[in-house]
Design a protein around this ligand. Structure first.
Ligand SMILES: NC(=O)C1=CN([C@@H]2O[C@H](COP(=O)(O)OP(=O)(O)OC[C@H]3O[C@@H](n4cnc5c(N)ncnc54)[C@H](O)[C@@H]3O)[C@@H](O)[C@H]2O)[C@@H](O)CC1
Ligand SMILES: Nc1ncnc2c1ncn2[C@@H]1O[C@H](COP(=O)(O)OP(=O)(O)O)[C@@H](O)[C@H]1O
Ligand SMILES: [K+]
Length: 504
């Protein structure tokens, strides 16, 4: 898991650590780690370090100071280092260190972009925690120039961001103007939400979190990235004492006379994610299809531990609509997807996990008096997911390249294990099925501790994305293939077998 904290929490932790350290010690730790990452990137993109060229973009603050101090270390390793200052002031100790090590310092000026493009390495120390808004002129055109020049090491320098890609909002992940995208970001003490949250997170590149001793002084995280190894530890496995009921029965209300495929996909997701039993509730035609493909599915009503409601359900389908409403009234944990979202009562609780994509979330908010367009949701996914969680009382899982989950504990969870190939019809139905199986397996725990639903929702999204990576193998993938890959995805999660051994 990668944890992140807002700027105010980082600054407070920094103040506590600084009180016990000599002047400059914290920046020196940061700069040493930054220089190491820079030499690795130089070696990777050019085959060496000595004689290579680096340009440092340095603002007036400590972010620029980190870059200058790291630049001094690089210069001592034989790198030709030039700092281009982007503000009227520059960090005094960092500037002196770079000059003493043989580097150069001058204003960014008119030819700044040409210097940047000609370098092997570009270190972005324009702004970090103190950044406000997107990059300003003359730096605003630099991201487009770099993008047009090609790939790292082939036409353009490799870009290493200090703490954050400049122009990204550290706390929210908002992108309000041009941002310098990084190939690698070296962040200090803890990650920042803006490095993990969409839309900014696509600019982070490879992320290094450098321990500079803030840990003991940091509060609960603001946002976390759930990783495969976290899921391996938490995934509930059956024991000798389990039977099909105790492992969790999933009730699926999906599909209808027209959309039969969604019924199959949701059922397949639940079966493959290890449900003890799946009951399917729907009209005769999809019921027959489900039975043909998955004879183990039980048709018709009965006791369930968790529901999957809505994939492929037409909101005007009276019969399926009645089943959705009855399930929502039953009190069991539920995945509320697609056609079931309009049936959600005005207030729910966190054991109901809504799984909209951006368009569905926009409709849900608009129907509740918060008129909003899909594009606005995409520009601020976390803000809108949070608004929906507050308005409905439910847990909200907003699907996207980076999926975000907002529950009732205030922490934003993210899953980013999916390849872009997963953006294919029916993939969301499979996720709903997987999540239904996860909720059913832990139904009692979720009832006792509703905030657990958000953790489980993020786990399901990670497995869904991991299964997609496996099934896709860097190529096209169909939704049904994703469901079929779930068992293999689970057993290939890093740490799965170690966690299994520990259980015995
Ligand atoms: N807080 C901590 O625990 C630590 C902080 N360190 C560094 O200190 C940084 C914070 O330093 P500061 O508070 O001095 O602030 P910054 O250096 O992040 O930002 C201030 C500078 O950025 C400029 N700026 C702001 N927004 C801009 C924009 N959109 N475009 C162009 N320029 C912009 C400002 O005019 C100013 O020159 C961190 O990001 C990190 O790099 C590290 O040295 C280690 C420890
Ligand atoms: N660019 C992308 N990269 C990775 N995953 C994506 C991307 N676009 C969409 N996805 C994922 O694909 C799935 C699509 O679900 P959804 O929009 O509900 O489609 P459908 O309704 O056809 O099933 C979601 O899990 C989403 O997170
Ligand atoms: K930066």
């Amino acid at each position: 898991m990668i944890v992140s904290h807002c700027a105010a929490d980082v600054r407070a932790a920094e103040a506590a650590v600084l009180a016990a350290l000599p002047d400059g010690a914290l920046m020196d730790r940061a700069a040493a780690a930054l220089a190491t990452a820079c030499t690795q990137e130089l070696r990777r993109s050019t085959g060496g370090v000595y004689g290579r060229s680096a340009v440092l973009l340095t603002g007036a603050g400590d972010n620029g100071g980190d870059a200058l101090l790291a630049g001094a270390l690089l210069a001592r390793r034989g790198v030709r280092v030039l700092a281009l200052t982007t503000a009227e002031r520059a960090h005094a100790r960092g500037t002196a260190a770079l000059l003493a090590a043989g580097g150069g310092v001058r204003p960014y000026g008119r030819d700044g972009a040409e210097h940047c493009l000609a370098a092997d390495l570009l270190v972005d120390g324009i702004a970090g925690l103190g950044g406000r808004g997107g990059l300003r002129a003359p730096l605003d055109v630099l991201p487009a120039r770099l993008a047009a020049a090609g790939r790292a090491g082939r036409g353009r320098p490799v870009v290493v961001a200090v703490d954050l890609p400049s122009g990204v909002d550290a706390d929210t992940g908002a992108v309000d103007g041009p941002v310098l995208p990084a190939d690698r970001t070296v962040t200090f003490g803890t990650a920042k939400p803006g490095l993990l949250l969409p839309p900014a997170c696509t600019r982070t590149g490879r992320l290094d979190v450098v321990d500079i001793g803030l840990g003991a002084h940091l509060p609960a995280p603001a946002a976390v990235r759930v990783e495969e190894a976290d899921v391996a530890l938490r995934w509930r496995r059956p024991t000798a004492g389990d039977d099909k009921y105790s492992r969790g029965v999933v009730g699926v209300v999906a599909g209808g006379a027209d959309y039969t495929g969604a019924a199959l996909l949701a059922v397949e997701g639940a079966v493959r994610a290890g449900a003890g039993m799946v009951r399917y509730l729907g009209p005769q035609h999809p019921t027959e299809l489900v039975r043909q493909r998955r004879p183990e599915v039980v048709p018709g009503p009965g006791r369930v531990q968790a529901w999957v409601l809505g994939p492929g359900v037409d909101p005007d389908d009276a019969e399926q609509g009645r089943r959705v409403r009855e399930a929502l009234e039953s009190g069991e944990p539920a995945v509320v997807d697609a056609g079931a979202l309009p049936a959600l009562p005005r207030r729910s609780d966190p054991t109901r996990v809504l799984t909209p994509h951006a368009g569905e979330l926009a409709r849900l908010l608009s129907a509740r008096g918060r008129e909003v367009e899909r594009a606005a949701v995409e520009a601020d996914p976390v803000g809108h997911a949070r608004a929906a969680a507050e308005l409905t009382g439910a847990t909200v899982l907003l699907k996207g390249a980076t999926t975000v989950v907002v529950g009732c504990d205030g922490v934003v969870r993210t899953a980013a294990s999916a390849p872009a190939w997963l953006g294919t019809a029916g993939a969301g139905d499979v996720l709903a099925g997987i999540l239904g199986a996860v909720l059913a397996a832990r139904a009692e725990d979720v009832q006792a501790e509703p905030e657990l639903a958000a953790t489980l929702a993020a786990d399901a999204a990670v497995v869904h994305g991991w299964a997609a990576s496996l099934a896709s193998a860097s190529g096209p993938v169909a939704a049904l293939d994703v469901a079929e890959a779930v068992p293999a995805a689970l057993t290939s999660l890093p740490g799965w077998h170690e966690a299994d051994a520990a259980a015995w």
